[in-house]
Design a protein around this ligand. Structure first.
Ligand code: KG4
Ligand code: ZN
Length: 334
């Protein structure tokens, strides 16, 4: 597929994003319009507010992405959009727009799995990145440990049995009275705290590859209720330390057991400073390559959607225009 320029569109949650990616790896433009301010006063994403904001923002965001990349709409090779998982109303805005663009410009439409898109973020910055890899996908809705044996071929090693890692960050931050979204707030407050101050539990750390974070959240709540004068920075740092310890221990063990050459982070929580530092240290110690996409590619964006769309178009061809949105879509694992 020479000269492929894919327009990616992402509207699965609270970021309205569009990007143009060349050859599946080169980001020609990536525009993200965050709705964080709109949802902050509610302490979380309000689905109906998100859908309406996507309707208002999508056309200008797409226009900006095309302009920045120097492409006229009909000159793109294909239009890829996230079809799931996510909020159904939000997804439908991006999917409908992408299908309309594809039809108007007579180019293929490609439906993209948001989880697969997160996994492909790392390929945008590491041209020589290739499977076999172990990927740790940690976002607001998912926590997956995946072995990527070949392009688009995954084996699920483990996932969360209750809360996702990002969800735990957001819930604990909310309990501590920190601003929304909670992950970045805990990340910056933790710098001022002592990560060894409180020994929070590390559920299932040394057994299997599944995760559990809801007990940790309860344990933070109980501790703070019992010790109302505790330093909030110490709680943030100790909580973050517990999450990172479990994630890094399991990812490292998985990489060793499957004989991966590298360990790759993906998803919004992969923007966490402590997680990035500890994965890097673990990889150096174990002789593995560490792939840490830049923070803007870890959180929701459309460049990763275009990248995954590139590989999917090559392997599966165009997605039929009858395709809808799939709020509970899973990663296609073998
Ligand atoms: O991947 P993402 O942007 O959206 C989903 O697909 O869920 O991930 C959002 C999640 C939120 O839970 C947010 O609090 C978390 O990623 N997050 C972080 C950081 N930045 C974003 N968690 C910890 N540390 C961060 N620096
Ligand atoms: Zn995401």
């Amino acid at each position: 597929m020479s000269g492929a320029a894919i327009l990616g569109i992402e509207t699965s949650c609270d970021e309205t994003a569009a990007a143009v990616v060349l050859e599946g790896t080169q980001v020609a433009s990536s525009v993200v319009s965050s709705q964080v301010d709109l949802h902050a006063r509610f302490g979380g994403v309000v689905p109906e507010v998100a859908s309406r904001a996507h309707v208002d923002l999508l056309n200008p965001v797409v226009a900006e992405a095309l302009l920045e990349a120097g492409y006229a709409g009909p000159d793109v090779t294909a239009v890829a959009a996230t079809v799931g998982p996510g909020l159904v109303g939000a997804l439908l805005v991006g999917v409908s727009a992408a299908k309309a663009f594809a039809l108007a410009w007579a180019v293929p439409f490609v439906g993209v799995n948001h989880l697969e898109a997160h996994l492909y973020a790392a390929f945008l910055e590491e041209p020589d990145l290739s499977p076999p890899l172990v990927l740790l996908l940690v976002s607001g809705g998912h926590t997956l440990l995946v072995s990527m044996d070949d392009h688009l071929k995954y084996r699920l090693l483990g996932s969360t049995i209750d809360d996702a890692a990002g969800e735990a960050f957001d819930k604990v931050a909310r309990f501590l009275g920190l601003p929304y979204p909670g992950g970045p707030a805990i990340d910056s407050l933790a710098v001022e705290g002592d990560p060894t101050a409180i020994a929070f539990p590390r559920a299932m750390r040394d057994e299997g590859y599944d995760f559990s974070f809801s007990g940790l959240k309860t344990s933070v709540v109980n501790y703070v209720r019992k010790h109302p004068d505790v330093s909030v920075a110490d709680v943030a740092a100790s909580f973050q330390e517990a999450v990172v310890d479990v994630l890094v221990t399991k990812a490292r063990r998985a990489a060793r057991e499957v004989g991966a050459q590298g360990l790759c982070l993906a998803g919004g929580v992969a923007a966490n400073s402590s997680l990035r530092e500890r994965i890097l240290d673990a990889c150096i110690a174990d002789g593995l390559r560490a792939f840490l996409p830049s923070r803007s590619l870890c959180t929701d964006n459309a460049a990763m959607v275009a990248a995954a769309g590139h590989w999917r178009l090559e392997s599966d061809g165009a997605t039929p225009l009858e395709c809808g949105a799939f709020p509970n879509l899973r990663l296609p694992v073998g």
